[in-house]
Design a binder for this molecule. Structure first.
Ligand SMILES: Nc1ncnc2c1ncn2[C@@H]1O[C@H](COP(=O)(O)OP(=O)(O)OP(=O)(O)O)[C@@H](O)[C@H]1O
Ligand SMILES: [Mg+2]
Length: 318
């Protein structure tokens, strides 16, 4: 199974690209699942699909999922609550539910919940040949993608701390102190066990994200701000060891005749296009023109796919 992730500034065409890329791969005979991890979904709208549920079959071998973020946060907090309750059984005097309530409003919970969904979806759909993740705008996407990497180094430190606590307890026990029922060894310590489980999950995700079978596609418009965001995303993803396969320069204005009011816009576009060729040298760069009609529905997305054909081919070759 291969994973493709579309990343870029708000409104540049990530969802359109994800849906169209999925269709192009499906039309080449692959089974494809496109997943929207954006809290503000419009994957179904882009496909002009009327009926609404979280998982929808658009065509044979072409399904989409719009992850319900509120539901994902709730599921994530339920799992965390269960884990805390079983790990800290001996602290039942504390009102753990009160802490879970606080946690539900803690910063970062949405990112954790979405990463958890990312993991669940790839584990539950390993019969698919391609899973394409349509991400929220760059900032939130990068926070979600970075999580397992940050979490992993944090867990390694927490394990060291826990080991030191267990060493102390064992020392006290060895000199005859009454340490009660609390665990003194790593093997019998539920906290250490849980830290190990979490570390295993992070390792799984880091391995998936940095695998050769996972690629990011940057989507941008030929304008200064989307370009700056795409450059930042490229630096961040590369520093994490995630492969960036190519970029889609969408909404390129091609005028049949010059329009004086658009002169400076066209100049900015040309400046950005040469900067894009420099920055993303070595990657597959495809251009999609600004289309007269918004590319929505299967037919329009197939036409959009013609413009990104060389990107599809380069993904298939790699
Ligand atoms: N080449 C194009 N020409 C004209 N309109 C386009 C083109 N590509 C996309 N659009 C339109 O631009 C709008 C934004 O596209 P899309 O939803 O794919 O962007 P997005 O990056 O996913 O946005 P968001 O960050 O809000 O999720 C949509 O209305 C879409 O139909
Ligand atoms: Mg979108």
């Amino acid at each position: 199974m291969r994973i493709i992730i579309t990343v870029g500034k708000g409104g540049v065409g990530k969802t359109t690209t994800a849906a169209s890329l999925g269709l192009a791969l499906r039309d080449r005979g692959y089974s494809v699942l496109v997943v929207s991890l954006d809290p503000a979904h419009n994957l179904g709208d882009v496909l002009n699909f009327k009926s609404r549920s979280s998982r929808m079959k658009i065509l044979d071998n072409y399904e989409i999922i719009e992850v319900d973020v509120d539901e994902a946060v709730k599921k994530y907090l339920d799992e965390v609550s269960l884990m805390i309750k079983s790990t800290f059984k001996h602290l039942s005097v504390l009102n753990i539910d009160k802490y879970i309530d606080i946690l539900s409003n803690a910063p970062g919970v949405e990112e954790h919940a979405l990463m958890s969904e990312f993991k669940r979806i790839i584990q539950e759909n390993d019969n698919k040949e391609f899973i394409i993740f349509d991400m929220p705008p760059t900032g939130l996407s990068l926070r979600i993608i970075s999580l397992p990497f940050i979490h992993r180094s944090w867990l390694v430190e927490l394990k060291k701390l826990r080991k030191a606590i267990l060493d102390r307890r064992r020392m006290l026990k060895n000199i005859g102190e009454d340490v009660g029922e609390i665990p003194v060894d790593e093997s019998s310590d539920p906290v250490m066990r849980e830290l190990d489980n979490m570390l295993k999950e992070c390792d799984f995700l880091v391995k998936k994200l940095t695998s050769r079978d996972t690629v990011c596609i940057l989507v941008l418009a030929p304008e200064t701000l989307p370009l700056l965001e795409a450059e930042r995303a490229l630096r961040k993803l590369t520093s994490l060891g995630i492969s960036v396969k190519g970029c889609v320069v969408n909404k390129v204005l091609r005028l049949r005749e010059p329009i004086p009011e658009l002169k400076s816009k066209i100049e900015e576009q040309e400046r950005c296009l040469s900067e894009i060729r420099r920055t993303f040298k070595g990657m597959t760069i495809v251009e999609v023109p600004f289309l007269e009609q918004e590319p929505r529905g299967v037919d329009a997305l197939r036409r959009y796919a013609n413009y990104i054909d060389s990107l599809v081919e380069s993904i298939l070759r790699s």
